[in-house]
Design a protein around this ligand. Structure first.
Ligand code: NDP
Length: 606
């Protein structure tokens, strides 16, 4: 993809440089370095987009409660409706559907995965994405479209946070309690609370003493900045000195807009992101009209295949995600064709690491080609393997550092030292600021109940947090023994396809709908994974040699437990089907359509 000429590569020198950069960033406090938005920052969690309207508490019963109105809940709701299960209620903390795309309205927000595969249910909703990669407002609009198309607004409760979920064994019902005083009984509950749901803040000394304006990127304060999610200029920043902490995928997207609009912008960088080309373009309606029925499934399958090292005649998506996989394959084929070549794990590992070195060398060369100031360019170069952190793709990010009023404050891997009433300290330099934006990400490594904001009590009152104290335990990532009629909608312990999250969610939704429909057709009151089936699934995952997503030798981040130990618990929490996403999708489709529902026990009503 990248067209910059890259210098020759000294692989050993690169390994040593990567290790040194990683070591520099390892901190004993790992995940504990972050703090929750509490106390002075509690309002960071408020919803800036809607007024909370008071209402009477509900005391009723529905067939299915979906916790979360993001793509997880929406895809499951859509599949349930298609399966004839009509009595479905979304309960959502935000004022509308959309999940991450409801909350994240920061300027420049877009999705790094091509819209043709990222936007779920395109054929079912008849939507043509406007561009190859679409911006957040279109994605939010698509979430609303799914809700409208499948009647998921009808019974939904918004601005309502679930506080607890309790299984009533006698009645075979879940009791869902909310912050509105609701007590809703549900035969089934599906939880789609998302992996990137709870904003976190860096635990920097003095953070609470800052007296300027501050907010987290997931609650962008347009009242303060001016502008809009559609990209209108943030005119109120014209006389403001703005600081931003963080240079991850979120910051990369909003920094160009801040650089354009703020009087001065100070970007406090701990670790640079890898920035590959974006190459966005409009989708041609005439071409789109030529796609036949079933096209999206074909694209999804093609992308997942190519992105995870498989072979296909054609690369339909053709982007940065498939590029690296393509390079690895080409290299393996080239090595294999050499006389006497032995194809084995060593050859594949070498092909992987050489391709990655080549890719990252190009990415670093691109920084030199775009950024005018050599010292700034040097500081913007990422020194780690591409998949150690979320790869970023952007055509304006690096250029932002050529704007005279945009200053990169590199902290050489150490982060900001201190915050005081008027600004930020890095070393002995103080940066006075009117506004501080936290692009510091979301909780990933903390307990499920802390991230979702409520506890789930299953059979005999067992808390899900206790059940998972030593790591997540499910069958297929969906079913938990001791928690009947409950489904987890996600990707862990299932396909685990990180490059296209919604693929995982559509499959999970289809599976849940099939299980619920089967239970309803057969008059079952209770459906639960057996202990044996759950154990067998966990054994399958544990027996896999698949590497943790970002392995221990990676630069710290949420992909690798912030560089902390990766023990059995961390492995379980982030594991996926040993044969990879495509094999999982094939397996699960066969599982849910066979009619056997192996591993589940359906109990009839008395
Ligand atoms: P991240 O967790 O990826 O980034 C947090 C940033 O804050 C990092 O750059 C981190 O540095 C920095 N940071 C933390 N503490 C300090 C400190 N004390 N001093 C200075 N810097 C600090 O969060 P994001 O919101 O950027 O992204 C989260 C995820 O959301 C992405 O990984 C991606 O999965 C998703 N996303 C997806 C998008 C898409 O296109 N689909 C777009 C945006 C987000 P360090 O790296 O050193 O830890």
């Amino acid at each position: 993809m990248t067209t910059i000429d890259a210098p020759a590569i000294d692989h050993d020198a690169l390994r040593a440089k990567y290790a040194a950069e990683r070591d520099k960033r390892i901190r004993p406090d790992g995940n504990q370095q972050y703090i929750e938005p509490k106390g002075k920052f509690a309002h960071f969690l408020d919803d800036p987009y809607v007024e909370r309207v008071e209402r009477e508490p509900l005391h009723d019963e529905v067939t299915v409660v979906l916790i979360g109105g993001g793509f997880a809940g929406l895809c499951t709701g859509a599949r349930l409706k298609q399966a004839g299960i009509d009595d479905v209620r979304i309960i959502e903390g935000g004022g509308d559907v959309g999940g991450a795309w409801y909350w994240n309205r920061y300027p420049g927000a877009m999705c790094d995965t091509a819209a043709m595969i990222y936007l779920p249910l395109l054929e079912e909703t008849g939507h043509m994405p406007s561009k190859k990669y679409v911006f957040a407002p279109e994605i939010f609009g698509h979430a609303q479209r799914i809700a409208r198309t499948f009647g998921l607004y009808d019974n939904a409760l918004f601005s309502t946070a679930v506080e607890s979920l309790t299984w009533d064994e006698d009645a075979s019902r879940w009791i869902v309690r909310t912050d509105r005083g609701d007590e809703i009984r549900a035969k089934y509950v599906a939880m789609g609370t998302g992996p990137l749901h709870r904003p976190k803040l860096p635990g920097i000394e003095g953070i609470e003493s800052f007296e300027g304006h501050a907010f987290h990127t997931s609650r962008w304060d347009y009242d303060y900045t001016g502008g809009s999610p559609d990209g209108a200029p943030m005119d109120k920043l014209a006389d403001k000195r703005v600081g931003i902490i963080g240079t991850g995928a979120t910051a990369v997207q909003c920094i160009p807009q801040l650089a354009r609009d703020a009087a001065e912008l100070f970007v406090f960088q701990r670790t640079p992101s890898s920035i590959d080309v974006r190459n966005n373009h409009e989708i041609d309606p005439e071409w789109f009209a030529t796609l036949g029925p079933g096209w999206q499934r074909e694209w999804l399958f093609n992308f997942a295949t190519l992105q995870t090292g498989g072979f296909a005649d054609e690369d339909l998506v053709k982007d940065g995600w498939t590029d690296i996989a393509q390079r690895i394959r080409d290299r393996v084929i080239a090595e294999m064709s050499k006389p006497g070549a032995e194809v084995g794990p060593d050859l594949i590992a070498r092909a992987f690491s050489d391709s990655d070195d080549e890719k990252m060398t190009e990415i670093r060369a691109r920084v030199d080609a775009v950024v005018d100031d050599p010292a700034t360019a040097e500081a913007l170069k990422p020194w780690y393997r591409q998949l150690c952190k979320r790869p970023c793709f952007h055509d304006e990010y690096l250029d932002a550092y050529n704007v005279e009023t945009c200053h990169l404050i590199d902290t050489d891997g150490q982060g900001v030292d201190r915050i005081d009433a008027t600004g930020v300290w890095v070393g002995d330099q103080h940066y006075e600021l009117d506004c501080l934006v936290f692009a510091s990400g979301f909780e990933v490594g903390t307990e499920y109940s802390r991230r979702s904001g409520y506890e789930t009590y299953g059979v005999d009152g067992q808390a899900l947090s206790d059940r998972w104290a030593d790591g997540m335990r499910t069958m297929h990532g969906l079913h938990v023994h001791g928690f009947p009629n409950l489904f987890i909608i996600g990707m862990n312990q299932g396909a685990n396809l990180i490059s296209n999250i919604t693929s995982n969610l559509v499959e999970a939704g289809s599976t849940i709908a099939a299980v619920v429909a089967h239970a309803e057709e057969t008059g079952a009151e209770r459906v639960e994974v057996t202990a044996e089936a759950e154990d067998a699934w966990i054994a399958l995952l544990e027996g896999s040699s698949m590497a943790f997503l970002g392995s221990a030798d990676c630069t710290p981040g949420y992909y690798n437990n912030e560089g902390g130990p990766i023990g059995p618990k961390e492995r379980l929490n982030a594991s996926g089907y040993p044969q990879g996403p495509v094999a999982f999708f094939q397996f699960i489709e066969q599982w849910r359509t066979s009619g056997d529902f192996d591993g589940l026990a359906f109990t009839p009503g008395s």
